[in-house]
Design a protein around this ligand. Sequence first.
Ligand SMILES: Nc1ncnc2c1ncn2[C@@H]1O[C@H](COP(=O)(O)OP(=O)(O)OP(=O)(O)O)[C@@H](O)[C@H]1O
Length: 648
Amino acid sequence: MPARESGDENAYFRAGDVSLDGPIPPPPRTSDLRDVLPYLFAVSLSRRGTAWRLCAALTFLVIQKSFGLAVPVLFKVAVDHCTAAAAATGMVATEAAKAAAAALLVSGCLKAISGVATELRTVMFTPVAQASGRRVALEVFNHVLNLDLSFHLERRTGALQRIIDRGTRSVSMVFRAVVFTFLPTAMELALVCGLLWHAFSWHFVVIVLTTFVAYVWWTMHMTGVSAEKRKLANHMDGLSTGKAVDALLNYETVTFFGNVELESQQYDKLLRGYHEAALGSERASSLLNAGQAVILACGMTTILSCAALGLWKVDPAGGLASRVGDLVMANGLLLQLWAPLQFLGFFYRELRQSLVDMEAMFDIMATETKIPDGEIALPAHAGGADLELDNVTFRYGNGRDVLKGVSLKLKPGESVGIVGPSGSGKSTLLRLILRVYDVSSGKISIDGYDVRDLKIDSLRDSVAVVPQDTVLFNDTLDHNIRYGRPTANDDEVAMAATRARLNKTIEQMPKGRETMVGERGVKLSGGEKQRVAIARAFLREPRMLVADEATSALDTATEQGILESLEDVARGRTAVFVAHRLSTVRSCDRIIVMEQGRIVEEGTHAELLDGTSRGTKIGMYAAMWKAQAQEDEKERSSVVKPDDMVMV
Ligand SMILES: Nc1ncnc2c1ncn2[C@@H]1O[C@H](COP(=O)(O)OP(=O)(O)OP(=O)(O)O)[C@@H](O)[C@H]1O
């Protein structure tokens, strides 16, 4: 990545810009070749400069095949002349020998041109196939990133990646199969049949076509069997890869629970399943190849024997001499026809496989997000946003109501803390505000606009989220902070890091902001990761701040520092804090207590403690506060005294 090496971070982010050419049609509904081919051609033609490449590739194809088939015909001419030369004497023999040499010279030239045309065809076509593959990959990538959370929760990342990978690789395979194999073979078959009919009789054409049909039938039949087995093998492969990725991502959980052996056993079982399925597919392939070889051998032998015996020759004049030439020509023509036929089998198998792979990819492309984009762009200006929840009810899928008629109104710049027992619907409420899901009934509006009418990008642009567990990219600290606003300059990034109180950590690091943070940010402590999330929020300059249990995984001392930074970001912005620890929300303008999907108590910290709060369960917060204070006290008294200290 040159931009990275030059240290120009902005260029690095820009380098990832998606530059799409023309629009492409929606993906085909089925993986039928008749649907897939027009789609792929439309994709390839959406790129400027591909149309002429396609035409050039087809022209070279015609040259390759027609010049190639002229070679055995010229060979027959040369052999006929040679036989005549052998039978004659003097000048006649010399002239015949010269004619034979001339025919061989021309045939050599045509062969060379045919070979060059083959390579030029590849040179012309390969960029077209590659560009189409890239374009499709980009489309799927964009589409998947734009799909809603429920889609991602239901899929394993490893398996999803496999589907996209295989699907996009299939694009060039389909092109290669059709443009380089099926089309040329059909052309070659027609030419060979024409030549054989002309030189011999229709009987030869019948034998060639019979062999061809038998070959194609066998290939299609056995490929179907093999594809079924491959489908199963793919499925097993996806499961085993997903399993491996899952175990590796959860490395700490696996080792801390001493479950390495359990994971290995499960992985081994899946791998074994995959290998058995793959073996079945290999066996079907071998049977297919063997059958093809037998059919071709039968066809070839029949035709050559007939040519040798001089059977069904329209013009039997010329006798034995011409029969040698005929045999040479028939042999040459058939070899040329059969050679790609052997690839036809391979490509047909690959084509079937590619279509199977594409089907999974098209399924993903056809998946529509459950969160359709709105039309209105939320105005992006400084200062908080007006947030209102009006009688919001929500359920996941067909489950029970997780939120039951929640109403809440926040003025710009106001902060609210949401507390309540586990499972009461706090995080769900945040997801609805961020429009990760849509409400089942009721309405959420920002600045008076229903969130469903807002452009999702504009909504997300105005919000900064600090989650409980900030997952970082396996890149530099700088990259991870800059993620809050990729267009920020170096000074802005440094300022955000300072305001999030990350500067001391950065100073202690050998490479400063250029230090790599490890996969998912494992080289940073929980508090440091939260500070990165806060630095992102500073950079983002959002109108709303959403913090979901941002401090609950931290110790009390770290929590205090992070809280101060969070309050710093929240200043002047509308802020929603979800917390288990009540100290986190203590200084919020308002605190709401939730229970079983309902707001049951509401007020400031002081009101909630002295019983002047509003709601159906007055005193619930005060009881929770008391319980937490006792717990904290217990924790403090159980701290190991210096005398008891042990080395861990
Ligand atoms: N993706 C999901 N699909 C189905 N049910 C879900 C999903 N996410 C959460 N739930 C259910 O919705 C209910 C509310 O969950 P939510 O995460 O909002 O609670 P919470 O108050 O934030 O809990 P906690 O404090 O433990 O994080 C729970 O019963 C949970 O099991």
